[in-house]
Design a protein around this ligand. Structure first.
Ligand SMILES: NC(=O)c1ccc[n+]([C@@H]2O[C@H](COP(=O)([O-])OP(=O)(O)OC[C@H]3O[C@@H](n4cnc5c(N)ncnc54)[C@H](O)[C@@H]3O)[C@@H](O)[C@H]2O)c1
Ligand SMILES: N[C@H](CO)Cc1c[nH]c[nH+]1
Ligand SMILES: [Zn+2]
Length: 441
C-alpha cells in the first residue's frame, strides 16, 4: 500500500559520521535523480506544441487533466459562473493576502537614475514593464490561488500591458473559483486552461489561440520547470523568472525549539508533492527524536499523509556537530525556504544568505509566507537560491540605459574615446566622434 508507514529512523543521520560522498548524496534533490528521462519527455512535448500548436496543447491537456476539453481559453461567462460560487470567507482571505502582498511589492518600485557622469554627459537608468507576461499557476496536485496572487500582484503593479494566466483545468475543464477571484483582484482576464510543459511551450512559442509572451513566471512540478529552462535557452522562446520547482524546506533548530512546531513546518512542505524535500539540521539529538515522534503523530491527522510520507522518504533529520556546521550545510544546500528556530535566531539568520526566503523564530511558520505575510512565495529551488533571487516586482521590468551628450560634453570625452577605439583597432568607432567635432558648431 502506498500509505505504508515510513520508518523515520532510517532517515536520521549524524553528519560528522557520514563520508563526504554520502553527505553529497543525502542532500541531492529528488528530481535531479531522473533528469535524463525528464528531459526527453519535456523535449517531445515542446516539439509537438511548436509544430502542431493548439492541437498538441489540447491533446496533452486531455491526456493529463481533462479528457473532454475542446477549448483552451476560459470564457468570461464561465469565469463569472465560477466566481459566484466563491464562499465569502475565502474571498475575505484572498483580500487580506492581496493587501499584504501588494504592500510589500509596492515598496519595491524601482527608481530610475539620471546623473551627469562628466560635464555635458547625461546618463540614465530606466525601467520599462515587460510587454507580455505569462503566469503559470500550478494545478496538478493542489489548486494554488495564492500563487495567482504572488504572480498577479507584481504584474499588476508593474503595469505590464498584457498579462496571461495559464493553469491546468480540473477533470470537468473548470478552474477553481478562488483562483479566478485572485486573478480578478489582479485585473487578469486572459486565462487559458492548460498546464505542464505544453502550457509553457504555448506561452513561449505561441499557438493559434495563445499569443506568445516575452517572459514566463511561476512555479511548477519538474515537467514545468524543465520546460521553462529549455525555452529560456532558446532564442525564439521566452525569458523566465527562475527555476521554481518542487517545494523545499530546511529547518535549523536547537534544543530550545518546539518539536511540534518544527514537525508541523516540515510536513507543511512535505505535503506539496512526493518530490518535495524537507531537511532538519539540529545540534540536539533529543530535539531530533522528539521531532520524529511528532512527525508520526501529526502525519496521522493529515489528508495528504500519503504524499507527505513519500516526500519524507527523500528527506532527512540530520544531527550536526554544532550550529556553525548547520550554517555551512545550509549555505551549500541553498534551500528554497529556511526556518531558523534557535535561541539566537536573528543572529544566526544574518549568516544565512543562500536562501529563497527566511522564516525567523518560533512564530513564523513557513506557511505564513506561502499565503499572507506579504513576501513572494515564488522562490528558487534545486540549490539555485545561491545565485537566483526570490521573485519580486523588479522581475516584471526590463532595465535599460540611455545617454545624451552635448557637443562640449563629447569634446571633453573625445580623446579617451578615440584613444580606446585606436587601442582596439576600431577606426570607425573613432571616426564617429571626430566627424562630429571637425564640423564647426
Ligand atoms: N518553488 C516555488 O516557488 C513553488 C511555489 C508553489 C508551488 N511549487 C511547487 O509546484 C509544484 C506543483 O506541481 P503540480 O504537479 O501540483 O502541478 P503543475 O501544474 O506544476 O503540474 C501539473 C501538470 O504536470 C503535467 N504532468 C503530470 N504528469 C506528467 C507526465 N508524466 N508527463 C508529462 N507531464 C506531466 C501535466 O501537464 C499537468 O497538467 C509542486 O511541486 C509544488 O511544490 C513551487
Ligand atoms: N510552499 C509553496 C512554495 O514552495 C507555495 C505554496 C502555495 N500554497 C501553499 N504553498
Ligand atoms: Zn507551501
Amino acid at each position: 500500500m502506498a500509505d505504508a508507514r515510513l520508518d523515520l529512523s532510517t532517515r536520521q543521520f549524524c553528519w560528522p559520521q557520514l563520508s563526504s560522498e554520502d553527505q553529497k548524496d543525502l542532500l541531492q534533490r529528488p528530481t535531479q535523480r531522473v533528469s535524463t528521462e525528464l528531459t526527453a519527455t519535456v523535449n517531445a512535448i515542446l516539439a509537438a506544441v511548436r509544430t502542431e500548436g493548439d492541437a498538441a496543447v489540447l491533446r496533452y491537456t486531455r491526456q493529463f487533466d481533462c479528457e473532454s476539453l475542446t477549448e483552451l481559453r476560459y470564457p468570461a461567462a464561465a469565469i463569472a459562473r465560477q466566481l459566484a460560487k466563491l464562499p465569502v470567507a475565502t474571498k475575505a482571505a484572498i483580500d487580506t493576502a492581496y493587501g499584504t502582498i501588494r504592500k510589500f511589492h509596492e515598496a519595491q518600485r524601482p527608481q530610475g537614475i539620471k546623473i551627469e557622469t562628466a560635464p555635458g554627459i547625461e546618463c540614465e537608468l530606466r525601467y520599462a514593464p515587460m510587454a507580455a507576461v505569462g503566469l503559470y499557476v500550478p494545478g496538478g496536485t493542489a489548486v494554488l490561488p495564492s500563487t495567482a496572487l504572488m504572480l498577479g500582484v507584481p504584474a499588476q503593479l508593474a503595469e505590464c500591458p498584457r498579462v496571461v494566466l495559464v493553469s491546468p483545468p480540473d477533470a470537468d475543464g473548470e478552474l477553481a473559483p478562488a483562483l479566478l477571484y485572485a486573478a480578478q483582484c489582479c485585473g487578469i482576464t486572459e486565462i487559458y486552461r492548460c498546464g505542464g510543459a505544453q502550457a509553457i511551450a504555448a506561452l513561449a512559442y505561441g499557438t493559434e489561440s495563445i499569443g506568445k509572451v516575452n517572459k514566463i513566471f511561476g512555479p511548477g512540478n519538474s515537467f514545468v520547470t524543465a520546460a521553462k529552462q529549455a525555452v529560456s535557452q532558446d532564442p525564439s522562446g521566452a525569458a523566465i523568472d527562475m527555476p521554481a520547482g518542487p517545494s523545499e524546506l530546511l529547518v535549523i533548530a536547537d534544543d530550545q525549539a518546539k518539536p511540534a512546531y518544527v514537525a508541523a513546518d516540515l510536513l507543511s512542505q512535505a505535503e506539496h508533492g512526493a518530490d518535495s524535500q524537507v531537511v532538519l539540521l539540529s545540534d540536539s539529538a533529543a530535539l531530533i527524536a522528539a521531532v520524529r515522534e511528532q512527525l508520526e503523530t501529526q502525519l496521522q491527522q493529515l489528508s495528504r499523509a500519503t504524499t507527505a510520507r513519500q516526500a519524507l522518504a527523500n528527506s532527512a533529520l540530520i544531527e550536526v556537530a554544532d550550529l556553525d556546521q548547520a550554517v555551512a550545510i545550509s549555505q551549500s544546500y541553498a534551500p528554497e525556504h529556511l526556518s531558523v528556530q534557535t535561541a539566537a535566531a536573528e543572529e544566526l539568520a544574518e549568516r544565512l544568505t543562500h536562501v529563497g526566503s527566511l522564516f525567523i523564530g518560533p512564530y513564523t511558520p513557513e506557511s505564513g509566507g506561502d499565503y499572507a505575510t506579504g513576501t513572494n512565495h515564488v522562490l528558487p529551488t534545486y540549490g539555485f537560491a545561491s545565485t537566483a533571487s526570490s521573485l519580486g516586482l523588479l522581475d516584471f521590468y526590463r532595465r535599460y540605459t540611455s545617454q545624451k551628450a552635448t557637443r562640449a560634453g563629447l569634446a571633453g570625452l573625445a580623446s579617451a574615446i578615440v584613444e580606446l577605439a585606436q587601442t582596439e583597432g576600431l577606426d570607425a568607432h573613432a571616426r564617429a566622434v571626430t566627424v562630429r567635432l571637425e564640423e564647426s558648431s
